[in-house]
Design a protein around this ligand. Structure first.
Ligand code: SF4
Length: 338
């Protein structure tokens, strides 16, 4: 199980020596990913999704808060040996299958290198056997046809399968997938999503799946965390949140997603006011775009409220009944209502 507890990550910006300015990339994020399940992290560009992934990978230090992996604090992985242990527990699949493979190496040498980096004492024939097994696992068959190829000889979908095989080479229990289909054609993307679902079942993987596409989040995940300007504004099961969004931003996000068979055009209005991630002012970061904003939203930051089986960061639900229904819907964003 993975737990994010009040996680913050601020980056110091260049400036005058005594006037320290920070970019609040992740600001007080809490959620849990249970073992063997997938959490989709959804939000627009710059909302902190990739920073969250890198925090889990141990690539950044936390500014505040804790990340626990099976009860062990991530900050306890300090030495090179610890980091190596962490790498064999968690692996990342990147967005760009074209840039994540070294063009000079063959598929066999790339996957073989990952195997031997984390497992010493294997003979060359054992490494070759394991490479074949991994290529077959990700659907590249017959494996022998791919072993001596270079990435430039493969299609985008085949390269992403190689990236997945390389990630699985160390037998990780956690996969962080950062928009793994965003650079692929739609039909190839669905193949990759199906492969990830199949591998999750077969290997009992726990997955953090980052996407800005709600449809793929719905397809892949058990739970969803909706991010806005470094904050996790709503978190719960996919069915609950997509079925009945509570936070005004989740409502906007869902309302703006074109449904293939929806004939009606939704004429939405939400000011494109970009939140200032460097501001030290306490406020709800969504206040500039929220039609339900109140005075307190301008000078206080809402806390997480646990209500109706979910976690929501919005003053509207403060003191509400535990079984309250959603207080927002897309009609509040219709141009005629503004
Ligand atoms: Fe809107 Fe206020 Fe809720 Fe923020 S806290 S989403 S501004 S109602």
């Amino acid at each position: 199980m993975i737990e994010f507890k009040h996680v913050k990550k601020f980056f110091q910006l260049p400036g005058k020596m005594f006037e320290k300015k920070y970019l609040k990339a992740v600001n007080d994020v809490s959620f849990v990913i249970e073992q063997g399940t997938t959490l989709a992290v959804v939000g627009e560009s710059g909302c902190g999704k990739t920073t969250l992934a890198k925090l889990l990978m141990g690539l950044y230090d936390l500014t505040e808060g804790e990340v626990l992996i099976d009860g062990a604090n991530l900050s306890s992985y300090k030495t090179v040996q610890d980091k190596k242990k962490l790498r064999s527990k968690i692996q990342m699949i990147f967005q760009d299958p074209f840039g994540s493979l070294n063009p000079a190496h063959t598929i066999k040498s790339m996957i073989g290198r990952s195997i031997t980096l984390h497992k010493s004492g294997l003979s060359p024939s054992q490494v070759t056997e394991k490479v074949i097994e991994l290529l077959e696992l990700v659907g590249l068959t017959p494996a022998k046809d791919f072993m001596e190829k270079h990435p430039s000889q493969l299609s985008g979908g085949q390269r992403q399968r190689i990236v997945i095989a390389r990630a699985l080479a160390v037998d990780p229990s956690i996969i962080v997938a950062d928009e793994p289909t965003s650079m692929l054609d739609v039909s190839i993307g669905i193949d990759i999503m199906n492969l990830l679902l199949e591998l999750k079942e077969k290997k009992g993987l726990t997955m953090l799946y980052i996407t800005h596409n709600l449809a793929s989040a719905r397809y892949m995940a058990d739970h969803i965390a909706v991010m806005y300007a470094g904050n996790c504004v709503e978190y719960g099961t996919i069915d609950d949140i997509i079925g009945e969004p509570y936070h005004p931003y989740t409502v906007l996000l869902l309302g703006s997603t074109p449904e293939p068979f929806r004939k009606e055009r939704v004429d939405i209005y939400a000011p494109e006011e970009l939140p200032d991630l460097t501001s030290t002012k306490e406020c709800c970061m969504f206040a500039g775009r929220c039609p339900r904003a109140m005075e307190k939203c301008m000078n206080q930051q809402p806390d997480n409220i646990h209500i109706a089986g979910r976690q929501v960061k919005c003053f509207l639900y403060e003191g509400a009944d535990k079984e309250v229904k959603s207080l927002c819907n897309i009609s509040m964003y219709r141009r005629e209502n503004i």
